[in-house]
Write a protein that binds this ligand. Structure first.
Ligand code: GAR
Length: 187
């Protein structure tokens, strides 16, 4: 069995889609949800699916003796950042080479980097007059929204689109492609 840890700071809709996809899966299990935000919706989702959740302070995240130990104890094979707002510490990058992935709600390298999160990303796409946007799933390195791209999927921007309508289209792509990309990586 391969074990996934999902790191998320927000609503957790992607975490929910991943958890749903791997329910009853023969070889992949969501074993842990990690958040830095005690208010994150993802805690409820983990709880109702009987998945261990950990709320980590910045110190705990950066401490191999705290979060590192938990990941080892749960035999985590892959870390999935699904709207996680903290930078991943070096010890985790070393311990999980090509085993930490992130999803970003735009076609990187456009509209990425520190502070580029949620609705801000879609506002930036519209302000820029882009004709398309989409999702990027990529390996994580020491910089925000960088690292080798694994998959990109695009969707058109239409006249009359607002940040909210773009967010909706992008979210559909995220929920469709993130779980199956994880499954492929773990095969
Ligand atoms: C997702 O759209 C994800 O791509 C984005 O945060 C959202 C989390 O939504 N990540 C970033 O912007 C990373 N820079 P969710 O909590 O509903 O899954």
């Amino acid at each position: 069995m391969k074990h996934i840890a999902i790191f998320a700071s927000g609503n957790g809709s992607n975490a929910g889609a991943i958890i749903e996809y791997f329910k009853g899966h023969p070889s992949v299990k969501v074993a842990l949800v990690v958040t830095n935000n005690p208010e994150a919706g993802v805690i409820k989702i983990a709880h109702s699916n009987k998945i261990i959740s950990a709320i980590v302070s910045k110190n705990a995240l950066n401490d191999p003796e705290i979060l590192g130990r938990l990941l080892t104890a749960l035999n985590i094979d892959l870390i999935v950042l699904a709207g996680f707002l903290q930078l991943i510490p070096a010890y985790l990058l070393e311990r999980f080479p090509k085993r930490i992935i992130n999803i970003h709600p735009a076609l990187l390298p456009k509209h990425g980097g520190k502070g580029m999160y949620g609705i801000k990303v879609h506002e930036s796409v519209l302000t820029n007059g882009d004709t398309e946007t989409g999702i990027t799933i990529h390996f994580v390195n020491e910089h925000y929204d960088e690292g080798e791209v694994i998959l990109q999927k695009a969707t058109a921007i239409n006249a009359g689109d607002t940040p909210e309508t773009v967010a909706h289209k992008v979210q559909l792509l995220e929920h469709e492609w993130l779980p199956q990309t994880i499954e492929k990586l773990l095969q």
